[in-house]
Design a protein around this ligand. Structure first.
Ligand SMILES: C[S@@+](CC[C@H](N)C(=O)[O-])C[C@H]1O[C@@H](n2cnc3c(N)ncnc32)[C@H](O)[C@@H]1O
Length: 320
């Protein structure tokens, strides 16, 4: 079978995901340049409340956050994993520089276009900022950044990106991150909190069609990069929220029984009528879950910063 010669991770991950039952794709592959552009549109829709919540937290609590992360005004490296367009971080950094904080900023993202846009934007808005972008996967970045210097490290993981990890992967992400950290280093992580399903669901099933376009774009990416022949008109986007588990999940559903061919693979992928591809989880949390995460992965919770509606929390953890 041809897959054995495929070394590219994208092809191998897609092959494995589409040959599984149920079929699934990894959400990190959403973010090609077009995917990143569509995600910026999602973040600007009124239905996508997490952006507004985190923006409000940074707008109103930047000073409290700074005092907690560097109580003695010590120099530090701020490493942001999955920085995206950095819109909210810009607010935080502007305040940190006004307070004369000695901060080096290191944004990390898998999307080269997002990193270029962020770097140009931040350099023109904050000419004094010391910024070192890294294009690549979180884990590659962590192993390289760990040794850059001996300053205190403060890691950030915003936008509830952690919610895109199933529970066991979130735990292993926190454990791995903790291993790269020194005792006293800090971690600011955004969690989307459980709330009314009537608020959660429209964030993933919007009337503008941006979330549908975001999901379908991964089919376009497979057509382009893996020589697949997905007909986008034969799939539709479906999202559901389970208020018991707190998970919002999105799927692409095959409208008919069909075969999809990939130049990269030796055999077609078969879809039954109404068969779903599981695309992404966006987990919602309560404080018990957050405390358990920190306790189980060698962190101490130093503080929690909420928005005024208690929809979202930025939890500040210290590595033991
Ligand atoms: C949900 S968005 C959040 C963006 C930003 N942090 C915010 O709060 O607006 C996730 C970001 O993580 C990036 N990303 C996803 N998986 C990644 C990976 N494995 N390594 C590096 N970046 C990744 C995406 O390109 C995207 O910019």
């Amino acid at each position: 079978m041809k897959i054995k010669t495929i070394t590219q991770t994208f092809a191998a991950d897609v092959y494995q995901g589409l040959k599984s039952n149920p079929k699934s794709l990894m959400s990190k592959y959403f973010y090609d340049d077009e995917g990143s552009r569509i995600f910026q549109k999602i973040m600007r829709m009124p239905e996508y409340y997490p952006t507004d919540c985190e923006y409000e937290i940074f707008d109103t609590k930047a000073d409290a956050i700074l005092k907690k992360i560097v109580p003695y005004n010590e120099p530090f490296d701020l490493i942001e994993l999955g920085a995206g367009d950095g819109m909210k971080t810009k607010l935080l950094l502007t305040h940190f520089l006004e307070q004369k904080a000695d901060v080096n900023y290191m944004p990390v993202d898998i999307s080269e276009e997002a990193m270029n846009l962020l770097t140009n934007d931040f350099k023109s808005a904050m000419p004094d900022l010391n910024i070192t972008p890294f294009v690549g996967d979180f884990y590659d970045a962590l192993s390289k950044i760990q040794h850059v210097d001996k300053r205190k490290k403060v890691y950030m993981f915003l936008g509830s990106t952690i919610g895109n990890f199933p529970h066991h992967k979130a735990v292993s992400f926190f454990r791995k991150l903790n291993k790269y950290m020194s005792s006293g280093d800090m971690f600011l992580v955004g969690f989307d909190l459980k709330k009314s399903p009537e608020i959660v669901l429209p964030a993933y099933d919007d009337p503008h069609g941006h979330t549908a376009a975001f999901n379908l774009n991964l089919l376009t990416r497979m057509n382009r990069e893996l020589g697949a022949d997905f007909n986008l008109g034969k799939f539709f986007h479906y999202a559901a929220y389970d208020p018991i588990t707190g998970s919002a999940k999105s799927y692409l559903i095959s409208k008919e029984s069909q075969k999809v061919y990939f130049e990269e693979f030796g055999e077609p992928v078969l879809f039954a009528k109404w068969e779903p591809i599981f695309m992404e989880i966006s987990q919602k949390y309560d404080m018990q879950m957050i405390k358990r995460f920190a306790g189980d992965t060698n962190f101490t919770i130093m503080d929690n910063f909420y928005d005024s509606r208690n929809y979202f929390v930025n939890s500040l953890w210290e590595a033991k």
